[in-house]
Design a protein around this ligand. Structure first.
Ligand SMILES: [Zn+2]
Length: 453
């Protein structure tokens, strides 16, 4: 087993597993974030992609799947295994990731700031579409043979389709956690108890953080009251997959309980719209109570206006409010949300509500930090709208949630547990709290660390 990504980082997940006969990657993710991290995407691949038999995916997030089109471009011809919902999300997300790469290339070649010689985008939409042809769908809890390995997926409650990956090979059992969902999920079915294994590879995104209790409903009610009183717009930058559907559920519940009145809700993001259809399609992965409450009917009702074409999106500029406008990207670093901020951020009556992490250098982060002006499309826009933040909508378990996941193995501790997919501070914090796993060797692999199991 060789770790090839996400060692000390929260993106770029990729691990090589090799026997005499079979070579597979578990996940093939892109690095995302500031320039110095994204630069890693351009480093040469360690292994010829043509020699990889298969890629076993845990879920569709780009930091776990976004390297696939590059592998295909460089000669990968194996199979890509994933759950049915992951396959549907990949069809939405990989072509979108390719369009971002094409934009990025235009930007980088103009500015000449990459340390690598760039002879074109990392990959193109064509590469992404070709990648989709290699997908093999595997339902949850259904073992499938991949060369020397037997692969079984277990529900982990992170996003639609997300799984822990259980492998049996030569009388050894290996468990990859994938991204671990919170103990109690608002939207998704709660994660399942993972199977015990000889070796466990565990994520540690929030290994050093404990969530604070937050009354997000009260914050939303207050925000809606604000835009009702001012006859203005509540603008919510949101990730298209998972976060948008969670927000819609929160609005649905508050309307159903008559804690807020019905007001127009616009989803202006083609990707969020497609992802919402995927959530309807795979509704068995949602919390069972949600379905009885009538959430799916709400999603398909006229109360939500799913906007796809550009002209409709532009017409939104003339809508005065009151209304709620959910748009992507979630960190205001691209996408239609920029147009809406460009058009509305200067207006004191409006409100911007952040519902997810804003990484350094993004426009979202600048607004939260209280700058007076932000630069959008080359123009300085004054930040006059009210700004509010909700921090409790994470698709990840916090430190306590990760520990409770690992406590599953107390009676049957693994020989070794590898902590990856986390910054070093998080990895160390998690490692020092895992003392209850008696006799388990805890490893914090580095890039290219290799282990013989
Ligand atoms: Zn994820």
């Amino acid at each position: 087993m060789q770790f090839l990504g996400a060692t000390g980082f929260v993106t770029g997940s990729r691990t090589l597993l090799e026997t005499e006969n079979t070579r597979v990657y578990v996940d093939a993710g892109l690095y995302q974030g500031p320039r110095y991290i994204e630069e890693k995407n351009y480093q040469p691949l360690e292994t010829e992609p043509a020699t990889i038999d298969a890629v076993l995916l845990t879920h569709a997030h780009i930091d776990h799947s976004g390297l696939l089109p590059l592998l295909v471009k460089r000669g990968f011809k194996g199979q890509i295994y994933c759950t049915p919902a992951t396959a549907e999300l990949l069809r939405i997300m990989l072509p979108d990731a390719a369009r971002i790469q094409e934009e990025e290339y235009k930007f980088l070649s103009k500015k000449k700031i990459s340390e690598y010689e760039l002879d074109g985008p990392l990959f193109t939409e064509e590469d992404a579409l070709k990648t989709l042809e290699y997908i093999q769908v595997v339902p949850f809890k259904t073992p499938v043979k991949v060369g020397d390995f037997t692969l079984t997926y277990h529900w982990v409650g992170h996003i639609l389709g997300a799984a822990s990956l259980f492998l049996e090979v030569q009388n050894k059992k290996i468990l990859f956690s994938g991204d671990i969902g919170p103990v109690e999920s608002i939207l998704h079915r709660n994660r399942e108890i993972p199977p015990c294994a000889d070796y466990v590879v565990m994520e540690s995104t929030y290994g050093a953080r404990k969530y604070e209790q937050e009354n997000y409903q009260a914050k939303i009610i207050k925000a809606v009251r604000h835009v009702l009183a001012k006859k203005s717009m509540l603008i919510i930058p949101s990730f298209a997959v998972g976060r948008t559907q969670l927000l819609l559920y929160v609005f649905f519940k508050l309307i159903q309980e008559q804690r807020i009145p019905e007001i127009p809700i616009f989803i202006d993001s083609p990707m969020a719209t497609k992802a919402t259809y995927a959530y309807i399609h795979f509704s068995e992965e949602l919390r069972p109570g949600i379905l009885q409450e009538g959430y799916l009917e709400f999603l398909q009702s006229k109360k939500i206006r799913l906007i796809e074409d550009v002209s409709e999106s532009k017409r939104l500029n003339y809508f005065n409010g009151p209304g709620i406008l959910i748009s992507a990207g979630g960190m205001c670093n691209g996408g239609r949300i920029l147009h809406h901020l460009f058009n509305r951020l200067w207006d004191r009556r409006n409100m911007v509500l952040f519902v997810g992490y804003q990484s350094e250098g993004t426009i979202g982060r600048q607004i939260i930090e209280g700058v007076g002006r932000v630069k959008i499309f080359g123009r300085e826009i004054p930040v006059r709208s009210k700004v509010e933040t909700i921090n409790s909508f994470s698709a990840h378990a916090d430190k306590n949630g990760l520990l409770s996941w690992a406590r599953t193995f107390v009676k049957n501790p693994p020989r070794a547990l590898f902590i990856n997919h986390g910054e070093d501070e998080s990895r160390r914090a998690l490692a020092s709290a895992l003392g209850f796993l008696k006799g388990t060797r805890i490893e914090l692999p580095r890039y290219e660390s290799t282990y013989y199991l």
